[in-house]
Write a protein that binds this ligand. Structure first.
Ligand code: MN3
Length: 202
């Protein structure tokens, strides 16, 4: 079965004023749709057609060599954006609680130190890409990926990612990527991130 763009779990304007309605419309309806269409084209007729996108992106090196590039980019775009929409909520913001909060303190020193590290990784990503909180086997880490690469290809489990492609923020923030990341924290659904942390083994 071909991939589809999942419906947004909230309205286009629900993340205002942090993420604006116009950006959400074009980002979800146009950009994500284009990744889905091109991922479906690339996988059509291969034995990977219909496999869960996480499995495909975790096993990129096993795809036919001429499919690896297109699927890395467009399949990765589908996976990354699916995670991204689910990671935000109109009721987001604040701080994590429970085991995730403890793990963040252990890995980074404090929640504030974690926020600084993720922000610096996002700002430091040259060109387009993502900054991630990942479960890396032994504990939590912050990593950056270029383009639409996903940490799952490196054996890490993505818990939270911020899209730092200009299409994610340019309409409202222009070149001010740091301001966008500062505002994006107000949308993070920590209950969802905690679910992923538990599913990854806590
Ligand atoms: Mn994007």
């Amino acid at each position: 079965m071909a991939y589809e763009v999942p419906p947004l779990p909230y309205g286009y304007d629900a993340l205002e004023p942090h993420i604006d309605e116009a950006t959400m419309q074009v980002h979800h309806d146009k950009h994500h749709q284009a990744y889905v269409d091109k991922a479906n084209d690339a996988l059509s007729g291969t034995e990977w057609d219909g496999r869960a996108i996480e499995d495909v992106i975790a096993n990129l090196s096993q795809l036919p060599s001429d499919k690896q590039g297109p699927v890395r980019n467009h399949g990765g775009g589908h996976l990354n954006h699916t995670l991204f929409w689910e990671s935000m909520s109109p009721n987001g913001g604040g701080q994590p609680e429970g085991p995730l909060a403890s793990a963040i303190d252990s890995a980074f020193g404090s929640f504030t130190d974690f926020q600084e590290k993720l922000k610096a990784t996002g700002i430091g990503q040259f060109g387009s890409g993502w900054a991630w909180l990942v479960h890396a086997g032994g504990g939590l880490a912050v990593v950056g990926t270029p383009n639409q690469d996903n940490p799952i290809t490196e054996g890490q489990t993505p818990l939270l990612g911020v899209d730092v492609w200009e299409h994610a923020y340019y309409l409202k923030y222009q070149q001010k990527r740091p301001d966008y990341i500062d505002a994006w924290w107000n949308t993070v659904d920590w209950a969802k991130v905690s679910e992923r942390f538990q599913a990854a083994g806590g």
